[in-house]
Design a protein around this ligand. Structure first.
Ligand SMILES: C[S@@+](CC[C@H](N)C(=O)[O-])C[C@H]1O[C@@H](n2cnc3c(N)ncnc32)[C@H](O)[C@@H]1O
Ligand SMILES: O=C(O)C(=O)C[C@]1(C(=O)O)C=C[C@@H](O)C=C1
Length: 250
């Protein structure tokens, strides 16, 4: 197959000028190119996926559930399944995009690691959790209605067993306007270095404007502490992309 054809799964969604840029959605077009899109858009994505596997291997407890909320194509679920060595675990990946869920199910079917992975299509704001030792939200909370975030963190804290961990990765706002602007420039440079044009960067930014609503680290920290988490820490950050871990006290 020729290299630069649309069927090579390379993200070219915003490469042509669009009359009107529609709100970003996790549809078939996005799901088809998602691994390329996220690797070229999120600094440190591969390291974070690997780190989620390593952290979850430390915090997973026998006979509990592991959740991957907003699992997309299952990258975090698969990293955890590969790295966790515990018994009686069930990994549950949940996403409300039909396009993601069907492709994720195929990805999961192609692997056979220790713990079973179940993929469910649902809205994570409405699910009932089973007792969990690890809950992952890798760049998902930023797409959840801001008014629903506090309640979701409380539900997650309640679902965790003592000593359990939430691993939460987010694109964040930096506190100071000058620093925020400089770091956004660094992120755009990262995208340029990964082959995105000015038009692609600008159109994607417009598409995300109403659907991806960012919080500052302090807002995340306050929300997690208010939900009951006893320890909140950043374990990875590159530019305005960070991953936190929050532990439920024993
Ligand atoms: C940036 S992607 C997450 C990437 C993925 N966690 C990974 O590590 O590759 C955000 C995902 O969250 C899902 N999502 C957004 N809102 C959701 C909701 N209310 N319920 C379930 N999934 C949701 C989207 O469909 C999308 O697949
Ligand atoms: O901030 C951007 O420009 C992004 O592309 C970020 C981001 C994300 O953080 O989820 C947005 C949508 C895609 O899922 C991939 C990456």
């Amino acid at each position: 197959m020729a290299k630069n054809t649309p069927s090579d799964n390379k993200d070219r969604i915003y490469s042509s000028k669009q009359e009107e840029v529609r709100d970003f959605s996790f549809n078939d077009q996005v799901a088809d190119v998602f691994p390329d899109m996220i690797a070229r858009s999120v600094p440190g994505y591969k390291n974070i996926i690997d780190g989620i596997g390593k952290l979850s291997a430390i915090f997973a407890q026998d006979n509990t559930h592991i959740y991957d909320l907003g699992c997309s194509l299952g990258a975090a679920s698969l990293s955890m399944a590969k790295q966790i060595d515990k018994t009686g675990l069930e990994i549950i990946g949940i996403d409300n995009s039909a396009a993601m869920v069907s492709r994720c199910q195929r990805n999961v079917n192609n692997y056979n690691y220790g713990s079973p992975i179940h993929i469910i299509k649902d809205d994570i704001a409405c699910i009932d959790f089973k007792p969990a030792s690890v809950i992952v939200m890798n760049f998902t909370l930023q797409f959840i209605d801001k008014t629903k975030r506090d309640a979701l963190m409380m539900k997650i804290h309640e679902a965790l067993v003592p000593g359990g961990i939430l691993i939460l990765s987010e694109k964040i706002k930096l506190g100071h306007p000058k620093i925020d602007s400089a770091i956004i420039d660094c992120h755009h440079e990262f995208k340029r270095e990964n082959g995105y044009s000015e038009l692609e960067i600008a159109q994607k930014r417009t598409a995300l404007e109403n659907v991806m609503i960012l919080d500052e680290f302090t807002e995340h920290e306050n929300r997690l502490k208010a939900a009951g988490f006893s320890a909140v820490s950043i374990w990875y950050q590159q530019f305005n992309f960070a991953s936190f871990c929050a532990i439920k006290g024993e």
